[in-house]
Design a protein around this ligand. Structure first.
Ligand SMILES: NC(=O)c1ccc[n+]([C@@H]2O[C@H](COP(=O)([O-])OP(=O)(O)OC[C@H]3O[C@@H](n4cnc5c(N)ncnc54)[C@H](OP(=O)(O)O)[C@@H]3O)[C@@H](O)[C@H]2O)c1
Length: 184
């Protein structure tokens, strides 16, 4: 996994996410139905192979829980200040744990657990990890649709985050996928 971060004792965060042309990762109600037509392989498995596990926000976890089965084979950390650990169904024992530290604390603790690279998922979570300098690279897949409103991928920053464009791939379906490294 490229784009090592300048912090030797912190897990590096990596983003792999789909967004509408106007920058939304979900409709306002959390629905991601606009992704349904895009079933082609756009690199998800290869990306997943390069991470030790996933860190996701509580809202993203709640969406995943509506899927017919648990879709991840790697360990998942759910960030939440409202979910009690006992709220997890027994079927997720050993697969999911709930943490509520700051992004830096989470990356420090996961590093101690042996994680070197984590998939960071969920709009608010990505934004907070970006603000704290914990994301090494972003792969954003643009979906050819305008939603007009929704849950944004990006949000306010304390200062600019400069990006280095690595590559852009286009897919027959109209998906356009760009990879950026954070310039550090
Ligand atoms: N298009 C895509 O590829 C894609 C990918 C992933 C998700 N999504 C969509 O994105 C939506 C969710 O994104 P979102 O921005 O609304 O939320 P999110 O980032 O998934 O979750 C936000 C929640 O995470 C918890 N949280 C965040 N940082 C925390 C921290 N440091 N410590 C403890 N808890 C923390 C808080 O939960 P508490 O309130 O419990 O404290 C917060 O409300 C879903 O609708 C999903 O469908 C789309």
């Amino acid at each position: 996994m490229p784009a090592a971060l300048p912090h030797p004792a912190l897990t590096a965060g990596h983003v792999f996410i789909a967004a509408s042309m106007d920058g939304y990762i979900a409709r306002r109600d959390g629905a991601i139905d606009f992704l349904d037509p895009y079933t082609e392989d756009h690199g998800y498995d290869a990306f997943m192979a390069g991470v030790d596990g996933l860190i996701m926000g509580r809202a993203t976890f709640e969406l995943v829980m509506t899927f017919p089965g648990w879709p991840f084979t790697k360990p998942v950390v759910v960030l939440s200040r409202s979910l009690a650990p006992g709220a997890l169904p027994q079927t997720l024992a050993g697969k999911v744990r709930i943490l509520d530290g700051t992004p830096r604390e989470v990356m420090r603790d996961l590093y101690k657990d042996g994680w070197r690279n984590a998939y960071v998922d969920g709009g608010k979570v990505i934004q907070s990890f970006l603000r704290d300098g914990l994301i090494g690279d972003l792969i954003v897949t643009r979906v050819p649709i305008l939603l007009g409103d929704g849950i944004p991928l990006f949000g306010p920053l304390a200062s600019d985050v400069a990006l280095r464009h690595i590559e852009t791939k286009t897919f027959a379906s109209g998906l356009v996928q760009s990879k950026y490294e954070i310039r550090g």
